[in-house]
Write a new protein. Structure first.
Length: 427
């Protein structure tokens, strides 16, 4: 059964390092079978992190998160972990999901099979800042129900979704009623999906409890079980708690979002988890996928109403093709366009007619050396770093000032206490 979750992070680079550079979780094979960039140039000349940072560094101060992390996994009935064609299909599904539901956002898609269960799963790192206006994701785009519904809609177009699930625990009437209404959020379903997602990505029980569950917005506590005074034997179990409440939207959030593993199903308990992991990881051989087609292509050039060239033509003329260039140089295009319009309004100067013999011979004029593309990129990088250092220095100065104010207040309070103690001693 396919599962999809979403989480947030304040460190986009740390998330990219985890997805792209960490060792394979099963200890063998490779970490990524396929990497698909969306609205990003090839990572050979400039890293994906640098390209994304050039955009998220211009976000609003209210936007505290640099990236969103969507994880979707497929059962072995849906996609074969040993078939490279199925890896390509998973990449195409994730790319279609990003392009339809996060237009104008940069994203990296990593298709992996290195989980303990060996299932095909995809990590999608989405820049939380849109390229065109530097605004963040909408409230809807951050919800778990949104990504789950949109991903399932796309998957259903390519394959039949595997709905198989152990139903060894009777479903409560309230949960069934909410689900039958259609589109109603059922938090226990969300909790089950997140736990299975963490299970498929974990390399062992410790990794499952300490790393993978928190990554999908779930906390857990292991109970070893034992024997009651009555002689009843309690098997080991896990208490799960849903920490990410974004699925409720503006609705009321229940006070208790905890559930024991034996209430969710045997596959969620310690024994069920070990059975799933004992099946062993699927060893796959890495393949070299065909390089993806460039995302940013210059469309057909069409003249604007005022006769000046379009931004696409201007960008092509100046050699700007990367996402960062297309964002940073739009103001330069508008300045050139206004200058051309102003020049067109000026009347032409009258030049007296002269014969060829009377025309003065102009000495050759040496044109100043033009700034190369690499020099321009270097200068822009230095300007961005300068702004970031200035912002950090301002923050540090504010922290020092706050610390000094606290110290002065504490010293005054100490002096007042000593003075009061002296007054009481005189009495």
């Amino acid at each position: 059964m396919s599962h999809t979750t979403i989480s947030k992070t304040r460190s986009g680079r740390a998330l990219l390092d985890y997805v792209l550079d960490e060792k394979a979780h099963n200890g063998i094979g490779v970490r990524n079978q396929l990497v698909v960039p969306v609205n990003l140039a090839s990572g050979d000349a400039e890293s994906y992190g640098d390209q994304m940072a050039a955009v998220w560094c211009r976000r609003s101060s209210k936007n505290k998160n640099e990236a969103r992390h969507v994880i979707t996994s497929f059962s072995k009935k849906e996609l074969d972990p040993n078939d490279p064609a199925d890896w390509m299909l998973a990449g195409a599904i994730c790319q279609e999901f990003v392009e339809q539901n996060y237009p104008g956002f940069q994203a990296i898609i990593a298709i992996q099979t290195d989980g303990k269960g060996g299932c095909v799963h995809g990590h999608i790192v989405i820049n939380n800042t849109r390229m065109a206006d530097f605004k963040g994701c909408t409230d809807e785009q951050t919800k778990a129900w949104f990504v789950r519904q949109k991903m399932d809609d796309i998957i259903s177009k390519h394959m039949e979704i595997d709905h198989g699930k152990e139903q060894d625990v009777p479903e409560k009437i309230g949960e069934k009623s909410m689900r039958d209404k259609g589109g109603k959020y059922v938090w226990k379903d969300d909790l089950r999906d997140r736990i299975l997602q963490a299970r498929d990505a974990a390399k062992d029980f410790d990794d499952f409890m300490s790393t993978q569950l928190p990554a999908v917005g779930v906390s857990a506590e292991y109970h070893p079980g034992g024997t009651k005074r009555t002689g009843k034997v309690i098997d080991p179990y896990i208490t799960y708690k849903l920490e990410d409440v974004s699925g409720f939207g503006d609705g009321k959030i229940p006070e208790n979002l905890k559930s024991r593993s034996n209430k969710l199903g045997t596959e969620f308990g310690p024994e069920g988890l070990e059975k799933a992991w004992q099946k062993g990881p699927v060893v796959t051989q890495p393949v070299t996928p065909a390089p993806p087609a460039p995302v940013f292509t210059v469309p057909e050039v069409r003249p604007t109403d005022d006769g000046y060239m379009t931004y696409d033509e201007w960008a092509q003329q100046h050699g700007f093709t990367s996402p960062e260039d297309l964002v940073l140089h739009f103001d330069d295009y508008r300045a050139d366009k206004e200058a051309a319009a102003q020049k067109a309004k000026e009347p032409p100067a009258e030049v007296p007619e002269q014969s060829d013999a009377e025309l003065p011979v102009k000495p050759p004029v040496e044109e100043p050396p033009q700034e190369t593309y690499d020099d321009r990129r270097k200068r822009e990088r230095e300007e961005i770093l300068k702004r970031q250092k200035q912002r950090l220095s301002e923050d540090a100065a504010g922290e020092v000032e706050n610390a000094q104010a606290i110290y002065r207040r504490m010293r005054e309070q100490a002096q007042n206490r000593r003075q009061k103690q002296g007054d009481y001693g005189d009495e």
